[in-house]
Design a protein around this ligand. Structure first.
Ligand SMILES: [Zn+2]
Ligand SMILES: [Zn+2]
Length: 421
């Protein structure tokens, strides 16, 4: 038998898992400081959560979903993105009656059946935030500010914030008409996806990845020039709040984002380092989505960020989190003292220290080697004599310096030497 993880999935091993845990905990901590509560939604949802009437044209919906019939003949889809699932929960759980705005963050796995590229997996993790119940540009600015705080705390430097507004359903009608008028003469030269987008969602023709399509789109009318007065004011306010928060941005007239529930603000943090698309994080406003999923007419704004791509970015910028955290102490023992060694280790671990001991029955020599490999700070050898005397020699591995210490005082010694973990 030759069993392998399915294509597009991967095992996360301890070294990477520790890095993920660290950056996830930094994110959770920052979200807490900004007043966001965590939400966890089911791994799968009814397909309608992700495929909705007019919303059925986005690229994800069209071809990348893991959709299947369950044994009760229901159409089920593995969550391809967080926002629609969180909005479904918002509506179902009656969060509209909670004090407004409702601010939620998540860290969940997502599933997309997509072509393999660097940093893209069929199962991947995304962290994200949503703010429900504020139409104000202050909410957009706070979210972007939260991301900026996160990137600062991670030590990321080279990212650039791209921002744009794609308007509301009112100004969108005229704008889409103008776009179709512009693209119509070129349709024969454009890719199949664009031909399809032309009717359903011409905005997406602006960010096609095909070079020929990009060349044609350069001269297309920009969403910003077609905004109604309300949308224009909203966008100007978002950028002025960003200036107040000291967050540099660049207005990107071609930025429209892949999901077609977006309205008004769309943004991305773009890096020169990552894979094919350069975006490590994206988000925007979705003022119509909650009503579309059966809720009240409540505005929303959010973002999502892929952990795998973020790790690539941290690596490219040389700022992967330091997760090397070896035990402070190794307790070596003999057959006759093994039980006491285990007990001593347990006592110290329960006091908050990181302590290793042998659980194989290795020779003393092999235990010394193991301690060295682990990179422990101190080592003690617990023999019959030491047990009888109640005193051990604590040796510092870095320079071989030894000092004796009562067994009962090992905790105090570690506390002053390395501090509790
Ligand atoms: Zn508008
Ligand atoms: Zn195209």
């Amino acid at each position: 038998m030759n069993l392998r993880a399915p294509k597009g999935t991967r095992d996360v091993l301890p070294e990477e898992a520790a890095m993920r845990r660290k950056l996830e905990s930094i994110f959770a901590d920052i979200c807490g400081r900004y007043g966001f509560g965590e939400i966890r939604t089911p791994t799968f949802e009814h397909t309608e959560v992700f495929v909705r009437g007019v919303g059925g044209s986005s690229d994800i919906v069209r071809k990348e979903m893991y959709t299947f019939l369950d044994k009760g003949d229901r159409s089920i889809t593995l969550r391809p993105e967080g926002t629609a699932a969180v909005v479904r929960a918002f509506v179902e759980q009656g969060m509209a009656s909670w004090p407004s705005p409702v601010k939620l963050w998540y860290n969940m796995n997502m599933f997309r059946y997509e072509r393999m590229q660097k940093g893209r997996y069929r199962e991947h993790n995304q962290i994200g935030c949503e703010i429900f119940g504020s139409e104000s540009p202050m909410a957009d600015a706070e979210l972007i500010g939260l991301l900026d705080t996160f990137f600062r705390e991670l030590g990321i430097k080279e990212t650039e914030l791209h921002i744009n507004s794609i308007g509301c359903p009112i100004c969108r009608v005229d704008y889409e008409k103008a776009l179709r008028d512009y693209f119509r003469p070129y349709l024969d030269e454009m890719c199949d996806d664009c031909t399809e987008r032309f009717e359903k969602n011409p905005l997406r023709m602006l960010d096609c990845k095909v070079i020929k399509c990009q060349e044609i789109a350069v001269e297309a009318p920009a969403p910003l020039d077609a905004l109604c007065d309300d949308c224009r004011d909203h966008f100007d306010a978002v950028t002025s709040y960003l200036e107040a928060l000291d967050i540099p941005y660049c207005v990107n007239l071609r930025l429209v984002r892949g999901l077609d529930y977006y309205t008004r603000t769309v943004f991305e943090f773009v890096s020169p380092n990552v894979g094919t698309q350069g975006s490590i994080c994206g988000g925007g406003r979705y003022d119509g989505l909650i009503a579309e999923l059966g809720g009240a007419d409540i505005p929303g704004v959010g973002f999502a960020l892929g952990i795998e791509r973020l790790l690539l970015e941290l690596e490219a910028q040389g700022v992967l989190p330091d997760t090397d955290n070896p035990p402070s102490l190794y307790i070596a023992s003999f057959e006759s003292t093994a039980a006491e060694a285990l007990k001593l280790a347990q006592t110290l671990i329960r006091q908050g220290f990181s302590v290793a001991t042998d659980v194989i029955g290795k020779s003393l020599r092999a235990q010394m080697k193991a301690a060295d490999k682990l990179g422990v700070t101190y080592i003690v050898v617990l023999g019959d004599f030491e047990l009888e005397q109640g005193i051990v020699n604590v040796r510092r591995l870095s320079d071989g310096e030894e000092q004796s210490c009562a067994l009962t005082e090992l905790g105090d010694f570690l506390e002053s030497a390395v501090g509790a973990d």
